[in-house]
Structures are given as C-alpha cells and as structure tokens.
Write a protein that binds this ligand. Structure first.
Ligand code: HEC
Length: 115
C-alpha cells in the first residue's frame, strides 16, 4: 500500500513537471512596439486586418518572416499589390494607397522589434 502511494506520488510529480512548460510562457516574445507616428498606428490596423494571419507579428506563419530582413519598400509594395505564390494580391479597392503607406511605416517599425 505504501509502495503504491510512493509510486503514484512519483508519477504525479513527473506529470506536473511535464506540464510546467517554460518560464517564458505568457511572456511576449518581442518588446512592445513604440508606435508614435499616427501612420504607424494606422498601419498596425491594416496589418492586423490583412497580414497578421499569415505573418503573425511579422514572423513566419503560413508566409515567411518579414521582420528579419531589409526588404526594399518597392518590393514589399509590389508583393502586396500583385501577390506571389500563396500570398494573395491586395488591390487598391482593398488596401488604399494611403493605407499601404501607413502599412509600410508599420512594417519598418516591426523590423526594429527584437527579442
Ligand atoms: C494567405 C496568407 C498571406 C497573407 C494574408 C499575406 N501574406 Fe505575405 N506572404 C505569404 C506567402 C506564402 C509568402 C511567400 C510567397 C512566395 O515566395 O511564394 C509571402 C511573402 C511575403 C513577403 C516577401 C517575403 C520574402 O522573404 O520574400 C512580404 C514582404 C509579404 N509577404 C508581406 C505581406 C504583407 C504586407 C501582407 C498584408 C498586406 C501579407 N504579406 C499578407 C502569405 C501571405
């Protein structure tokens, strides 16, 4: 009887270890962005609506990371307007010229977010 109690205590201990996860759980991976310019704040809303689901926080998801390399602006604009592979195109009717400008400002800021 005592033996079973010790065994099950050990088992519960192991179980609790396996469920602990890392100490970082719940801690954001990146420092919060310091969005100061109104364009960056508006750009964030555009990003959340159209890009977040495939490039979560600018990192890789369904699409590759876009916060870790200095992609030239014209290339990003081209990719957004025309799409590539799995990435859909976003026409002017979806993301206006002004919204794209704001998005670009936000993406630039996103690149400065480091762990
Ligand atoms: C449906 C998922 C999806 C959405 C939504 C999406 N992307 Fe993408 N994105 C991708 C995929 C997939 C690729 C890789 C395309 C390829 O190279 O074939 C990509 C590539 C890119 C690249 C080029 C990255 C590189 O390393 O060459 C940029 C920049 C980019 N996306 C920006 C955006 C922006 C900005 C938005 C929002 C307007 C957006 N994406 C929305 C899936 C998506």
């Amino acid at each position: 009887m005592k033996r079973i109690a010790i065994l099950s205590a050990g088992f519960l201990f192991l179980l609790s270890l396996s469920q602990c996860g890392t100490a970082r759980r719940g801690v954001p991976m990146f420092k919060p962005l310091a969005l100061e310019a109104p364009a960056e704040v508006k750009g964030e809303a555009v990003f959340m609506s159209y890009c977040q689901k495939c490039h979560p926080g600018g990192t890789a998801g369904l699409g590759p990371a876009i916060n870790n390399k200095p992609l030239p602006g014209f290339l990003i604009r081209y990719q957004v307007r025309h799409g590539l592979g799995m990435m859909p195109a976003f026409k002017k009717e979806v993301i206006s010229a002004e919204e794209l400008d704001n998005l670009m400002a936000y993406l630039k800021e996103l690149r400065t977010a480091k762990e």
